[in-house]
Design a protein around this ligand. Structure first.
Ligand SMILES: Cc1cc2nc3c(=O)[nH]c(=O)nc-3n(C[C@H](O)[C@H](O)[C@H](O)COP(=O)(O)O)c2cc1C
Length: 183
């Protein structure tokens, strides 16, 4: 597909990626974390506003336990076998400026950039949205302060990263249903 017939690493990472829902306790190195954050910071944003903020939280930070409890409280769930980030060693929370038209889209683009960067390093990832209501609900101010989310910003999406110990195959898709080709 490319001119010099070299394997295309971007396409192979896109095709082989799948969500990880089991992780070992092995930590990321600072270099790995920096590469992943840089991929998020390099993501395009509407009008180049760069209004996405990245909060890195270690998997054993007690705030995540509280967040897990709040998520379960809002959903009426009992304590589950796994927490919402499947015991990954690192969670990166993406928040973005309130009231900017492209905030959600920009956070989505950034999280996928980071996902692909992490996968290219051989790490596993899980994009996580299930804590959205817990972080933007009645306890928003409390969690925003603990997580040092900037004033005027709201949580959008999170990324768990680690060494995954499961191996779910990539998801199937229906080309005909999802794609319209106009002549
Ligand atoms: C916006 C968004 C939010 C998601 N939130 C969660 C989540 O809270 N918990 C979870 O286990 N997976 C979550 N996922 C992962 C999806 O369930 C997963 O991407 C989908 O099932 C397809 O599987 P794949 O990633 O292995 O291709 C989320 C994915 C996206 C894109």
């Amino acid at each position: 597909m490319n001119n010099n017939n070299e394997p295309n690493q971007v396409l192979s990472v896109i095709e082989s990626r799948s969500s990880g829902r089991a992780y070992s306790s092995e930590q990321l190195t600072q270099e790995e974390l920096n590469v992943i954050l840089k991929a998020g910071l390099m993501a395009p944003t509407g009008m180049n506003r760069q209004e996405v903020h990245f909060t890195v939280v270690k998997g054993d930070n007690p705030v995540l336990l509280e967040l897990d409890e709040e998520k379960r409280r809002l959903r009426g769930q009992d304590k589950q076998l796994h927490n919402f980030y499947y015991e990954a060693p690192v969670l990166i929370l993406l928040s973005a400026e309130d009231g900017f038209k492209w905030s959600r889209v920009d956070a989505g683009i950034a999280v996928q950039n980071m996902t692909l960067a992490a996968e290219s390093l051989g790490l596993g990832t899980l994009i996580i949205g299930c804590i959205y209501d817990a972080l933007n609900g009645e306890r928003k101010d409390y969690f925003s302060e603990l997580l040092q989310i900037p004033k005027g910003y709201s949580f959008q999406i999170a990324l768990a990263v680690g060494h995954k110990t499961d191996n779910k195959p990539p998801h199937e898709y229906d080309f005909e249903k999802q794609v319209t080709m106009l002549g």
